[in-house]
Design a protein around this ligand. Structure first.
Ligand code: SAH
Ligand code: SF4
Ligand code: F3S
Length: 452
């Protein structure tokens, strides 16, 4: 009988994709279980991006360590970005961690685990300039069998002054296009209808002569029924060619996540983002000119070192000017070892950071609401993803399902039940929906036709 493995994942989509690689590497020895209390091995795949992210993991590790006392045979491993950042400090801590493995060392897991079984501690935190895991078929752990992640490149060497990722993920490297296209084709044959190409800087993908726009063309050509998304793109690498490929293929989703971080050119320079406010706004105009209906989302940091009220107001004004559909918004959190932590004092007082963040969040709520209101009355094609959280309509008692528009907005709709008990509209169907109303977070729509 195989041993039982529980994986808990924190952080970005790359980490979720990496957990699928971990599951694949350990498949010969372990079965995945959904409940940690029964596991022989718990792996926590971790994130270091902000102090708060690490704190959450430390709290969780305390729980797991306590469980180990009750189940002495159980092993606990920490993998991912915290493993890379904190290395053997983790083994010396009072948390009874058996295993520490960085993001480029997952192939050594079986060997390390046999060392752990022999009573030793296992550690491998070497970063690699080549590792892409391109030959390892991921075990899909997503919530449906319709959309999947495909990691196409790893690492980051942009060294934004605030960011820990270049230290935890190492140098940029890209997978062979052939292996990416084959993975997407195989997913499509299995019934998947959406792939999201992932990388820390997905649009700086480069394999020989092939750039990201060229790769998108290849993946989008697999089938018009396969939706293609990507995340996360850096504004500096958002080429005109990529914009025109997006516009050209109806199955490339009209959604761009384009983290701006700040609306102040002075802050952007200090952050080492390699673009300024005007350059970013010009990219937004280029996107809108080619794809007037494109969804645009962003990441924003409030209270970076030396940020003045004027800098903050520039962030607010840029948000209005772009009119983001959605945003992830954060308080600056100093990360040890980064350029900012070594050279700039973290001098914006906590209460000022919080107030600015709250202003940014309040503005984004307004913008998201406006963006949803603009969609009411419009018709969208959605890909059905599953049952909605509420499950049934309060008004009619009908089963409610949800899908996503090309722009990446969730639309909830009433589904019907056929005489044999199955649903009229199934997960994986494309539907034309007319949007009837909206809440700040969701659109509600009515089905116009069963098939696009
Ligand atoms: N590679 C992506 C971002 C990955 S991290 C990109 O460059 O777009 C996701 C987001 O976390 C960043 O966009 C940034 O907004 C935020 N972030 C990164 N480091 C941070 C820090 N030290 N404090 C607060 N937010 C941070
Ligand atoms: Fe971090 Fe900047 Fe790299 Fe994004 S581009 S991962 S923010 S260093
Ligand atoms: Fe976090 Fe590492 Fe991703 S620091 S955001 S898990 S690359």
């Amino acid at each position: 009988m195989k041993a039982r493995l529980f994986i808990e994942t924190y952080g970005c989509q790359m980490n979720f994709a990496d957990s699928e690689i971990l599951a694949s590497i350990l498949q010969p020895q372990y079965d995945l279980v959904p409940d940690y209390s029964q596991a022989d091995l718990i792996l926590v795949n971790t994130c270091s991006i902000r102090e708060h992210a690490e704190q959450r993991v430390f709290n969780r590790l305390k729980e797991f360590s306590a469980l180990k006392k009750k189940r002495p045979g159980m092993k606990l491993g920490l993998v991912g970005c915290m493993a890379e950042r904190l290395k053997d400090d983790l083994l010396r801590s009072e948390l009874s961690i058996d295993l520490v493995v960085g993001p480029d060392a997952y192939r050594s897991l079986p060997r390390l685990l046999s060392e752990v079984e022999a009573g030793q501690k296992g550690i491998d935190v070497l970063l690699s300039e080549e590792e892409t895991y391109q030959d390892i078929p991921p075990v899909r752990l997503g919530s449906n069998n319709i959309s999947a992640f495909i990691s196409i490149m790893r690492g980051c060497q942009n060294y934004c002054a605030y960011c820990v990722v270049p230290y935890t993920r190492g140098k940029e490297r890209s997978r062979d296009a052939r292996t990416i296209v084959e993975e997407a084709e195989s997913l499509f044959r299995q019934g998947y209808r959406e792939v999201t190409l992932l990388g820390q800087n997905v649009n700086s993908y480069k394999a020989g002569e092939l750039d990201f726009a060229g790769l998108m063309r290849q993946v989008a050509s697999i089938s018009p029924l396969l939706r293609v998304r990507f995340s996360t793109s850096h504004p500096k690498d958002l080429s005109d060619e990529l914009i025109s490929v997006m516009a050209e293929y109806p199955n490339i989703c009209k959604a761009i996540h384009l983290p701006v971080q700040s609306g102040s050119s002075a802050m952007l320079k200090k952050m080492n983002r390699k673009y300024d406010r005007d350059w970013y706004l010009e990219r937004i105009r280029a996107i809108r000119a080619a794809m007037p209906d494109c969804g645009i989302s962003t990441d924003i940091i409030a209270g970076f070192c030396g940020e003045t009220e004027e800098d903050h107001r520039e962030t607010l004004s840029l948000m209005r000017e772009v009119g983001y559909d959605s945003a992830f918004m954060f308080k600056y959190s100093e990360r040890p070892g980064t350029f900012a932590s070594r050279h700039y004092p973290d001098d914006v007082p906590e209460e000022v950071k919080l107030r600015r963040l709250n202003e940014i969040i309040a503005l984004q709520q307004e913008l998201s609401q406006e963006s949803n209101r603009r969609d009411v009355g419009k018709v969208f094609e959605i890909l059905v993803e599953g049952e909605s959280k509420k499950k049934t309509s309060q008004a009619t008692g009908a089963p409610q399902y949800f899908g996503r528009t090309s722009q990446n907005k969730v639309v909830v709709f009433d589904n019907g039940i056929l005489p044999d008990g199955s649903m009229v509209h199934k997960v994986g169907d494309y539907l034309q929906l007319k949007v009837l109303s909206c809440s700040p977070a969701t659109l509600f729509g009515e089905v116009l036709s069963p098939q696009a």
